[in-house]
Design a protein around this ligand. Sequence first.
Ligand SMILES: [Zn+2]
Length: 171
Amino acid sequence: MSRLRATIGLAVVLAACAPGATSAPPEPTAEGDIPAHSSISPHDDHPALARLDPALLAAVRQATEDARRSGIELRVTSGWRSADYQRRLLDAAIAKHGSLEEARRWVATPEGSAHVTGEAVDIGPTDAADWLIRNGDRYGLCQTYANEMWHFELRTTPGGQCPAPLPDAGG
Ligand SMILES: [Zn+2]
């Protein structure tokens, strides 16, 4: 009888520990998401930065140090994104703009996004993006799309010349 009680007690303990019963919510940043209207420092420990191309992250950090001397603070509003997160952004853009074709001018597909491969960062606020448009070529950082002043990729060698931005991401 006491053995039965012990068995039941153990079963209750195991049930309480079973996955799903008390599992923690998913790590909020594991997909690289940074909530809208917020940003992180390029020096933060965050999946959106940890999974960037190391050369890109190093360039952004160097630019951040130099911009600070001019009184400009570079912030990252988006970096690496999981494919699932990119898909959700695209779905939201389709809902907002009414069609995939129009949405793709602003948000790439998971297959086509340089954020998903860790090769793009979005920089804010506006004065920081403006600073990087004017000075990014020192670090190889270039504005990629004319309609996205915040989106930068390594498109030249440090000190080289950035190619002209594409009109938008839809091409
Ligand atoms: Zn971007």
